[in-house]
Structure formats: structure tokens, C-alpha cells
Design a protein around this ligand. Structure first.
Ligand code: ZN
Length: 340
């Protein structure tokens, strides 16, 4: 929820005392470990929390409704009382299929509202990743509340420090400029193979998404004839293995991008980290994106991902496109470097 919404909703709830309060001191056993860990992290940082008037529940519908808008919600004043509460939606996407660290990200965000009274904070670092776990998922450039941090302890502890102390200074890992080596390069041996096209929310490909590689100028191009629905988009993905890096090294991708014809849409460049669970199965650890909605040529477009996870075995770079009208993005001179 947005900061304004949060304040308005908190005020409205504070003023309307007619609804019965149910189960407020109930703490779901599935949420309890995250709540205990939150209290422990707070204590470690000198913050004492009182959870006498606090409830936490996994629910089929968030109390305030909103269908699929929210996966979780945190109240500092629940329904006009001084009771604090969080709810998490019991769906596959919101909870069941989430990893432990993704669940922690979501629950800690909601506990930031409920136990710390924190509103949203949407400031970002130079790579456009959030400065705070209290970032808002609302809006076109909103953050992903499951992915503010991954399991790397240096990365995680910055966000927890900031959660309990807004004065926390920017972490060192946002300024890594010592080039270790290039890890993926246009024209390299692997470059042309195994790009995959995924079409999202458009089963019949009514948007006519298409992907082409041009071996003469080493470019890749994603095109569409235009999508009527906001959810329809296509993503091209290239995965490659990553070895021999130090924990919390950064990945920085450089490329030239030409975007044409985009109307009411966007293109997005993402780097994601995965670990291999078995031969055919990868688990996503972390995703970070940079999104643009303006057409034009972006020379030396940079997208950086901070602080690699120890678990990282596979990295993917992906390009997404959505437009209401015929549009394309062309990517040239792609290079991904490792920095320490
Ligand atoms: Zn929130």
C-alpha cells in the first residue's frame, strides 16, 4: 500500500469502531518463526518490541479486500484499536510457493508496518533497487516485496539495519568498481544458443510477440504487434553459469538498446540469480530489474545487481516488452562484468 493510503486507511480504521475484532491475539504457527526472528533481529539492534496486542494470520482474503492487490498487510491500528496485526494471503503466489527468504521479506515488511509503525519508503539506490524493505509494491515501478534482499548475510543485514534504524548509512556494496572479469559477452561461444522466449498472459499470442537474432551485427530483437491487455508481455531470457566469484560481488550489464513504438508500455532489463536444485530444476534466489517506458536509443544502458548470493550457480539476463501498439526493442553490444 502507498504511504498516503496507509495513513488514510489507518485513520479510517481508527475512526470506525463498529466492527468486531476476531482472533486478534492469534499467531499462526506458520508465521511464528518469522515473527520470533524479527523480534530477535530487533533485540540485536537494541530495539525492544511488545507483542501483547498483536495478531498474525494466514488468510484466504486480506481483511480489507482488494482481491489480488496485496499478498500481505500490516496494521499499526487494527480496526480502530491499538491492536497490531498482520495478514498474509494463503495463495500459491503469495505464500505456498515462496522460499523461506522470500517469505521473510514479505513478513518483515508487514511487521515493519504493524510493530514499528513504519510507512512506505520508496527511495532507491543508483541501480534502482530499494533502499528499504519498506518499499511500496504499488505503482508501475513498485518494488517486489519478496525480493528486497536474498540470503547473503551482508546484503540482508543492511536491510535489517535500515528497518530498525532509518538513519542507517548506504552499504558499501553499492560502490563496487573494481573489475574482476567479463562473465558473459556478445559474440562469445554461448551467445547465440539457448535464448528462450516466454509469452505471458497471452496464450494464443494475439500480441504476435516474436524474437529474432541477427548474427551479422550480434543483436537480438523482441517485437510485438501490440497487446490489448496490460498483463500481456513477452520476455526473452538467456541463462549462463557463474563460477569463481566472492560473496557479495556485483554484476553489471552494459548494452545499447533501441526501443521503438512503445505506447502505454515498457521495456525491462532484469538480472536474476538461481541455484540448481537438480538437473532440470532451478530455484530463483533473487531478481533485480530496471524498467523504462520511453522510446529512443539508450547507448551504454547499465543494469547492475548488487551483492551476489553464495548459492548462485546460474545467472539470467532477460528483456521484457509490453506495448499497446506495434513495438520493438533491439539489444546490441551486450556485456556482463563481475565487480568486487
Ligand atoms: Zn506495505
Amino acid at each position: 500500500m502507498s504511504k498516503i493510503q496507509y495513513i488514510i486507511i489507518s485513520l479510517l480504521l481508527f475512526l470506525s469502531c463498529d466492527e468486531p475484532i476476531t482472533n486478534n491475539n492469534f499467531i499462526d504457527e506458520e508465521l511464528r518463526p518469522y515473527i520470533e526472528s524479527f523480534i530477535e533481529e530487533a533485540n540485536r539492534r537494541g530495539v525492544q518490541l511488545n507483542i501483547d496486542d498483536f495478531g498474525a494470520e494466514i488468510v484466504n482474503e486480506i481483511s480489507i479486500g482488494g482481491d489480488n492487490t496485496y499478498c500481505g498487510y500490516g496494521w499499526f491500528f487494527y480496526r480502530g484499536t491499538l491492536k497490531k496485526r498482520i495478514e498474509v494471503k494463503n495463495s500459491d503466489n503469495c505464500w505456498q510457493s515462496r522460499t523461506d527468504i522470500e517469505r521473510e521479506n514479505l513478513v518483515f515488511h508487514e511487521l515493519g508496518h504493524a510493530l514499528l509503525g513504519r510507512p512506505h519508503l520508496d527511495e532507491t539506490f543508483p541501480n534502482e533497487s530499494p533502499k528499504s524493505i519498506m518499499c511500496s509494491s504499488d505503482g508501475p515501478n513498485g518494488c517486489n516485496n519478496f525480493n528486497t534482499y536474498h540470503d547473503n548475510e551482508l546484503f540482508r543485514s543492511y536491510y535489517l539495519d535500515e528497518l530498525f534504524d532509518r538513519g542507517t548509512k548506504a552499504p558499501d556494496f553499492i560502490n563496487k568498481d573494481n573489475l574482476v572479469r567479463t562473465v558473459f559477452q556478445e559474440g562469445g561461444g554461448e551467445y547465440y544458443s539457448n535464448w528462450e522466449l516466454f509469452i505471458i498472459e497471452d496464450e494464443m499470442n494475439d500480441s504476435e510477440f516474436a524474437f529474432a537474432k541477427d548474427n551479422s551485427d550480434h543483436s537480438v530483437t523482441l517485437t510485438t504487434n501490440g497487446s490489448p491487455s496490460d498483463d500481456m508481455r513477452a520476455i526473452i531470457v538467456k541463462r549462463f553459469e557463474l563460477e569463481n566469484f566472492n560473496q557479495c560481488d556485483n554484476l553489471k550489464s552494459f548494452m545499447d538498446i533501441t526501443a521503438e513504438g512503445i505506447t502505454d508500455g515498457f521495456f525491462r532489463v532484469s538480472l536474476s540469480l538461481r541455484e540448481r536444485l537438480s538437473d532440470g530444476s532451478l530455484s530463483r534466489i533473487y531478481l533485480n530489474s530496471r524498467r523504462e517506458s520511453e522510446n529512443g536509443t539508450y547507448n551504454n544502458f547499465v543494469h547492475e545487481l548488487y551483492c551476489l548470493s553464495e548459492k548462485t550457480e546460474i545467472v539470467s539476463i532477460s528483456f521484457a516488452l509490453h506495448s499497446k501498439t506495434p513495438a520493438s526493442i533491439n539489444i546490441e553490444n551486450l556485456n556482463i562484468d563481475l565487480f568486487e
